[in-house]
Design a protein. Structure first.
Length: 280
């Protein structure tokens, strides 16, 4: 199934505008133009999980400019892809999180952490920038989608990348066997902070991994340097490739088409990667 077809906007006939109907029809009108972000602030969207059924996610509606500029109040295709691969019901899957201690960084709506919990993670922590409006929305999404009897009901916490000396970071250093990050790579000035947070929270267990998924909609040049920065900070890229919304796969490249990728075309593609601690 087309990745973007896994997400629909919850219809409210009283508040649905002509613009909403246009949004849902755009892929029919312009079949080559891929939706890479889903919903608008305050809306509810539904992720159609083949394993867990409908997962309803409310989008936060931040008012402060610094909070809106993080774009944490949307669902991005990278987050949908992450939810899809960790949902694979196969204990031997390289994306498996069952029995793991999971932390999601830059969680946005919290889909990756929610699905991890439903998949049987031993422990799940969902984090994003410590803004009240974002964290309260994450709490709401957990409450709606994770039954009270689930073994690892997610805990929501604020975490600013690179800030590693607060109580939360100190208590959780080296705790997590899976670190999740979806569409967190579009800010080059934050690459070092993000990589440092990943390494800080990542367990020293030999099978501990970072799952890193990102879209190219903001430009490959902004995203690609992250993997070099991660290597410099002590992580190692174990696996990396590119996959589009239809499941087509191609090799990872730091630059394509001489740096002049078609904007419409690149929106279809994601980089999918797994990282681990560098061998000593």
């Amino acid at each position: 199934m087309l990745l973007t077809n896994k997400v629909v906007i919850q219809e409210d006939e009283e508040s649905t505008s002509p613009e909403d109907y246009l949004y849902t029809a755009l892929t029919t009108i312009f079949p080559d133009d891929t939706h890479n972000q889903h919903g608008d602030p305050g809306q509810t969207i539904i992720y159609k999980s083949s394993r867990f059924g409908d997962i309803k996610l409310t989008l936060a509606d931040p008012k402060e400019a610094n909070e809106r500029s993080l774009f944490a109040h949307y669902l991005w295709n990278a987050g949908v892809y992450l939810a899809e691969v960790i949902s694979i019901p196969d204990a031997d899957s390289v994306w498996n999180v069952q029995g793991d201690r999971v932390i999601e960084l830059g969680a946005g709506l919290g889909l990756g952490g929610i699905v991890s919990s439903l998949c049987g993670a031993e422990e799940t922590v969902i984090t994003d920038y410590p803004a009240q409006v974002l964290l309260e929305n994450l709490e709401k999404n957990v409450e709606v989608n994770v039954p009270a009897n689930v073994l690892s009901r997610p805990v929501v916490a604020g975490h600013e990348w690179g800030v590693l000396d607060d109580d939360f970071s100190c208590k959780n250093e080296g705790r997590f066997t899976k670190v999740l990050a979806a569409d967190c790579f579009w800010m080059p000035w934050q690459h070092q902070n993000l990589a440092r947070s990943m390494l800080h929270f990542l367990s020293e267990d030999s099978d501990a991994r970072v799952y890193a998924i990102g879209g190219f909609h903001t430009g490959r040049a902004k995203l690609a340097p992250f993997f070099d920065v991660a290597e410099q900070e002590g992580l190692e890229v174990e696996f990396i490739q590119e996959e589009d919304v239809e499941g087509n796969i191609r090799p990872w490249m730091k630059e394509r088409d001489g740096g002049k990728e078609d904007v419409t075309g690149r929106k279809r593609w994601l980089v999918t990667a797994r990282l681990k601690r560098k061998s000593t």
